[in-house]
Design a protein. Structure first.
Ligand code: FES
Length: 73
C-alpha cells in the first residue's frame, strides 16, 4: 500500500526502515522523505511507525527457559 503518494513510499518501505532502526517520524522524513510535501500521509505513517514499534521491542526482556526435569534429577 502506498502511504506517501508524493514521495512514492509504501508501508513496506516504512516497515523496512523501522526494522533498520528508525524510531521517529523525523528519521522517516530524513530517510524516505515521507510527509515532506503535502503532509497528508503524516498520520498514516505515524500510525504504522507506532504499531511497528509496539510489536517489535528488541530490548524487551526475554523469558527464561529451563528444563524442570533436568533440575529434579
Ligand atoms: S502524501 Fe506524503 S507528503 Fe504528500
Amino acid at each position: 500500500m502506498i502511504v506517501c503518494v508524493c514521495s512514492n513510499v509504501s508501508d513496506g518501505k516504512i516497515r523496512q526502515a523501522i526494522d533498520a532502526g528508525v524510531t521517529r517520524m523525523s528519521e522517516l522524513r530524513d530517510k524516505l522523505e515521507v510527509g515532506t510535501c503535502c503532509g497528508k500521509c503524516n498520520s498514516c505513517a505515524k500510525r504504522i511507525l507506532n504499531e511497528c514499534l509496539a510489536t517489535s521491542q528488541p530490548n524487551a526482556p526475554q523469558p527464561i527457559m529451563f528444563q524442570i526435569s533436568a533440575m529434579a534429577a
